[in-house]
Design a protein around this ligand. Structure first.
Ligand code: IMP
Ligand code: MG
Length: 194
């Protein structure tokens, strides 16, 4: 007989180590929300642009901690396949609105090589935004290839491949409510298989 507890703990079997708990993420997000509220208190054009799909949980928490009139939009860009960067950025879904003259805050799950953010930032600046800043839940500065200014950082981590709270491995694990390191066996087994 399968016990209920075995079923609901399935994903944790693939996690090597929990790095950041849900409580730590919640309290950090609150802190970041306060900073953004203060820094943009004189702006009436703030627009948060979340990069799909990884930013969704962070975006949802963060926007509720910002006490300002703001708008939210999403873009979908891809630069990753599996756990290795391809070094290419493709726009899969563009913005539905103009950002001309607006204060843009790009919301990201993780800045790794920096290639995605550097490209998107330049693109949005070229569209006539008044300002373009970046907020990320996680920064992994050790993997940087392209230089990019990250204005607000939740947590700074090493080079490990992480999952959870929006971060995926081949589209899975985004729904974990914490951030953890994926067991190497999960992706090495898949590479051998496929
Ligand atoms: P960058 O262009 O290398 O900075 O890549 C940023 C994107 O790569 C993020 O938005 C993620 O989708 C993905 N990424 C980078 N590192 C990780 C990781 O450790 N786990 C899951 N996704 C990652
Ligand atoms: Mg992403």
């Amino acid at each position: 007989m399968i016990m209920y507890s075995e079923v609901i703990n399935f994903m944790i079997n693939d996690v090597e180590e929990v790095l950041i708990t849900q409580e730590e993420i919640k309290s950090k997000t609150k802190e970041l929300g306060k900073m953004v509220t203060k820094d943009y208190s004189h702006s009436d054009t703030l627009i948060l642009i979340g990069l799909l799909k990884g930013s969704v949980p962070f975006m949802a928490c963060l926007m509720q901690e910002i006490d300002l009139y703001l708008e939210t939009e999403f873009m979908d860009v891809s630069s990753y396949h599996g756990h290795k960067s391809t070094g290419e950025v493709k726009i899969l879904k563009d913005l539905d609105v103009s950002i001309q003259g607006r204060d843009v805050l790009i919301v990201e799950d993780v800045v790794d090589t920096g290639t995605t953010l550097a490209t998107i930032k330049k693109l949005l600046e070229n569209r006539g935004a008044k300002s373009v800043k970046i907020i990320t839940l996680v920064d992994k500065p050790g993997n940087r290839i392209t230089d990019v200014d990250v204005d607000y950082v939740g947590f700074t981590l090493g080079n490990e491949f992480i999952i959870g709270f929006g971060l995926d491995y081949n589209e899975k694990y985004r729904n974990l409510n914490y951030i953890g390191i994926l067991k190497k066996s999960v992706y090495t087994e898949e590479e051998v298989d496929g």
